[in-house]
Design a protein around this ligand. Structure first.
Ligand code: FCB
Length: 463
C-alpha cells in the first residue's frame, strides 16, 4: 500500500456523481449509459415515485458557467476537496474503443478550475453510469467487463493522473448491482414490487459483484503500472448490522450473514486481498454456478487499494424473514423522524471506523459520503433562508463520531458530505433532497441552507 500523503491536511469536502449533476446528456459526443435508458426509455422513476424524471439536465454542471459559479460556492464554504465522478460514456461513447476528446477536455478543465480554487479533486471512475451498449452485452455479468473497465481506467489515468492525486475506482458495487439493477429489473418486468428482491436474484448478481471486484483489482493494477504517485481506492457502502432482537439466534445469524455479503466480502477483497468462502457459499446456495477460480484470487491478492472510501449513512436492523432474499429483511427503521437512508446512528459510524482500525490493519480512510435528507419537514423556506435543522444535526453528530474515531487512532484522512447540492437521486428522481445547498430544478438557482452555514463555520474553526 502507498501510505504517502500522510502530511496532507485533513480533507473537508463534499461528494457528487456525474449522472446526478451534469446533465448535458447528448452534448459533445457523449454516449448513453444504462441510466439514460432506465430514465428516458424505461421511465424508472415513474414506477418508483410516480413522476417521470431523468438526469438529462440534472443540475447542469456540464455547463462551465454553472460549474464555475458552483466552485465559487465551494470556496466560500471552505472546502479543500471535492469528489465527483467521470461519465464513462462521455469519455468513451461506446464504452470501449474511440476516445471522445471533448469529454476528456471537460474533465481536464473542471479539474484545473478546482485546483485553481485550492480544492483537491477526488475523481471516481465509475458511479453507476455503465455504457448502455456494454450493459446490453451483460454489463458486469460479462467477464469482458474487467478489461473494458481497465482500459477505460487507463485512458483516465493517462489524461488526469498528472493533476488528480486521489482516484476512486468504483462507487458502491453492492448498491449498483443488488439494489439499482434489481429495482430496474423488477420495474421492467412488473412481476413484483420494485424493492421485492428474491434469493434467486441475489444468487444471480453474485458473479457480477465478483467481476466488479476483479475490475477494481485490474484498475488498481493499471494505476500501479503507470507509476502514478497518488492514491487509488474504492468507495464501499458500509452498513453496520444490528440484529433486531439481540437475544434471537436467528436474527443474530441473519445480521452476521448480511454483514458478510455487504461489508466483509468487498473489504476482505480490497484490503486483505482475500475472498471470504463463507460468503461465496451463502450466495452459491442460490446460484450453483458461482465459484471463484484460483487465478481470480491471485488478481485480487496482488492489487489491494491505498485507501478505503467509506460511504456511510445508517446501520441496518436485520431479522429473519422467509420472504426476503437470503431469508432476511433489513428495512426496519425505528426512528420517529425517518431519514431517507435509514436510522440515524452516528455511534455506528464510530464503531465501523474502529472495526477498520482493528480488523483491517488501520488503512487510510476517507469518508467518501455521509449525509441525510428528511423531506419537507427539513426544508423550511423562510424568506431567503432555508432551515434544515435535522440535516445540520445529522452532520454535526456524524462529524463528531468521525473525529472521535480519529482521536482513537483510526487513520481517517477526510470527510466528504453527500451532497453539496440537491440533485438527481436515482430511482427517486428529484423527490429526495440531500444538499447543503438548495437547487430550484426549474431555474437552477442555488440557495444555501442552514447546514451550509454550519459546515462553513465548522471548517473555519479547524486548527
Ligand atoms: C449513495 C450513492 C449516492 C447518493 C446517496 C444518497 O448510495 O452513492 O450517489 O445517491 O446514496
Amino acid at each position: 500500500m502507498n501510505h504517502q500523503n500522510t502530511t496532507r491536511p485533513f480533507l473537508w469536502g463534499a461528494a457528487s456523481a456525474a449522472y446526478q449533476v451534469e446533465g448535458g446528456w447528448r452534448a459533445d459526443g457523449r454516449g448513453l449509459s444504462k441510466w439514460d435508458v432506465f430514465t428516458n426509455g424505461e421511465r424508472i422513476t415513474e414506477k418508483v415515485v410516480g413522476a417521470h424524471h431523468t438526469g438529462n439536465v440534472a443540475i447542469n454542471t456540464y455547463d462551465p458557467v454553472q460549474y464555475r459559479n458552483d466552485i465559487a460556492l465551494m470556496r466560500d464554504l471552505g472546502l479543500n476537496a471535492y469528489r465527483f465522478s467521470l461519465s464513462w460514456p462521455r469519455i468513451l461513447p461506446d464504452g470501449t474503443g474511440a476516445v471522445n476528446t471533448a469529454g476528456l477536455d471537460y474533465y481536464r478543465r473542471f479539474v484545473d478550475d478546482l485546483l485553481a480554487a485550492g480544492i483537491a479533486p477526488i475523481a471516481t471512475l465509475y458511479h453507476w453510469d455503465f455504457p448502455a451498449g456494454l450493459f446490453d452485452r451483460g454489463g458486469w455479468h460479462n467477464r469482458d467487463s474487467i478489461d473494458w473497465f481497465r482500459d477505460y481506467a487507463a485512458v483516465v489515468f493517462e489524461a488526469l493522473g498528472d493533476r488528480v492525486d486521489t482516484f476512486v475506482t468504483l462507487n458502491e458495487p453492492f448498491i449498483d448491482l443488488f439494489l439499482m439493477d434489481l429495482i430496474a429489473e423488477n420495474a421492467r418486468s412488473g412481476e413484483r414490487e420494485p424493492f421485492a428482491f428474491t434469493s434467486e436474484q441475489y444468487g444471480r448478481q453474485a458473479p457480477g459483484m465478483h467481476n466488479l471486484l476483479l475490475a477494481n483489482a485490474a484498475a488498481v493494477g493499471e494505476f500501479r503500472r503507470q507509476g502514478l504517485s497518488g492514491m487509488v481506492g474504492i468507495a464501499l457502502p458500509l452498513y453496520p448490522m444490528i440484529p433486531i432482537d439481540g437475544e434471537d439466534a436467528g436474527d443474530i445469524a441473519a445480521a452476521a450473514q448480511l454483514d458478510g455479503v455487504i461489508n466483509r466480502w468487498p473489504l476482505d477483497a480490497v484490503l486483505k486481498g482475500t475472498v471470504p468462502d463463507d460468503v461465496v457459499a451463502t450466495l452459491g446456495a442460490h446460484n450453483p454456478a458461482f465459484a471463484i477460480p484460483e487465478a481470480d484470487r491471485a488478481l485480487i491478492a496482488a492489487n489491494s487499494v491505498d485507501f478505503i472510501g467509506v460511504n456511510y449513512y445508517a446501520p441496518m436492523f436485520v431479522e429473519t424473514d422467509e420472504s426476503g432474499p437470503l431469508g432476511m429483511a433489513a428495512g426496519a427503521n425505528p426512528d420517529e423522524v425517518k431519514a431517507f437512508n435509514g436510522p440515524v446512528r452516528p455511534e455506528a459510524l464510530h464503531g465501523l471506523l474502529l472495526r477498520l482500525r482493528d480488523d483491517y490493519g488501520n488503512p487510510p480512510v476517507i469518508i467518501t459520503e455521509n449525509g441525510a435528507g428528511f423531506g419537507d419537514i427539513d426544508e423550511v423556506h423562510d424568506g431567503d433562508a432555508i432551515h434544515d435543522p435535522l440535516r445540520t444535526d445529522y452532520l454535526r453528530r456524524h462529524i463528531d463520531a468521525v473525529l472521535k474515531a480519529k482521536a482513537e487512532g483510526a487513520d481517517v484522512r477526510g470527510y466528504l458530505v453527500w451532497s453539496l447540492f440537491d440533485n438527481f437521486e436515482w430511482i427517486q428522481g428529484y423527490t429526495r433532497r440531500f444538499g447543503m445547498v438548495h437547487v430550484d430544478f426549474e431555474t437552477q438557482t442555488r440557495t444555501p441552507k442552514d447546514s451550509y452555514a454550519f459546515y462553513r463555520d465548522l471548517i473555519a474553526a479547524q486548527p
